[in-house]
Design a protein around this ligand. Sequence first.
Ligand code: PLP
Length: 380
Amino acid sequence: MSLIRDLSDDEARAALPQKWGSVAPGVIPAYVAEMDFAPAPVVRDVLVDAVRRGVTGYPPNDDLGLGAAFSAFAGRHWGWSPPEKATVVTGDVIGGIHLALDVLCPPGPVVVPLPCYPPFREVVAVAGRELVPVLTDPDAATAGLDLEGLEGAFAGGARTLVLCSPHNPLGRVWTRPELESVRDLTARYGVRVVVDEIHAPLVLPGATFTPYLSVDPTAVLVTSPSKAFNTPGLHAALVVVLDPAEQERLRTVPLPMNNLYSPLGMLAAVAAYTDGDPWVADLVDRLDQQRTLLGKLLAERLPQARMRPLEATYLPWIDLRAYGVDDLAGPALALGLRLAPGQSFQPGLPGHARLNLATSPERLTTIVDRLAASIQAPTP
Ligand SMILES: Cc1ncc(COP(=O)(O)O)c(C=O)c1O
């Protein structure tokens, strides 16, 4: 029997206060990246036990075994593992990117390929850096990285690249040759790559994940079990660098630069990486089924919609420009569906939406019905 258990609406409202608490009863929230599934039993059990033991103090000075657990997980899943000591604990992935920008990255503008997870743009601004966006052609067959655009940005002085791998919202899993091209180009310009691999455990059948550090050992990896295990509220993520001097620099930053992680999050992360393989296997299986269902539903009800082949994540990126729509968020919400509009991932990009298929088949069917209805509905 699968370890994935669907939450009812009431359960989801209690378990996922941002996702379900932000919509009125009857509205399906398909915008934020959280899954409508009950927590992995291995994670739930370790948390219940820790709360019983009263583990509510400050985080420890050591990493509670998180570096070792991640190394073993990476070795089992991707055939590559960083040394245990390469992991420094942080609060969340965006906080980890901020830390990397402040402590490890050369001064100067920061390149972010668009569309991107919206806080990528914000963290660059908050870190006091200039953002250099490089656009991905929405009509390109493979949605590959624009190497010429990247080179132009580096030639113009940018010295950091923030890369999302696998990519949210494009759903791409970069191939090893693609990542080697990024490594060669960035090496030529002395550019530091900060790579966000939070979606790596969510690579779906048909694609192969390549850890960027296995291609470019000078990069900074930021990751977390929070997407694959639905635990973003627990706050424990990882910054991984291979240079021991840089590990030391990260470990010795002043406290306010890196103190937003919790022992509960760390315990959950260790459990997830150590004992969570059966959960990840069942999850990927379920997401694969949902991907097939979504493809079928779109073909039936929105035949002109173009879904990017979803190679990873549970966040399909849908191009609805053929229907002549610009931003569907308003009409969809009026019909009971909260989606993520394309503009929030790339300002000015018309006619795109990101959905979330990590839900029940019934809800996914209703999501597509409401999406189709919102295309026909007059703009409110
Ligand atoms: C690419 C990417 N990075 C980072 C995050 C944030 O994750 P967390 O808050 O769990 O660190 C998300 C959340 O959806 C994401 O999609």
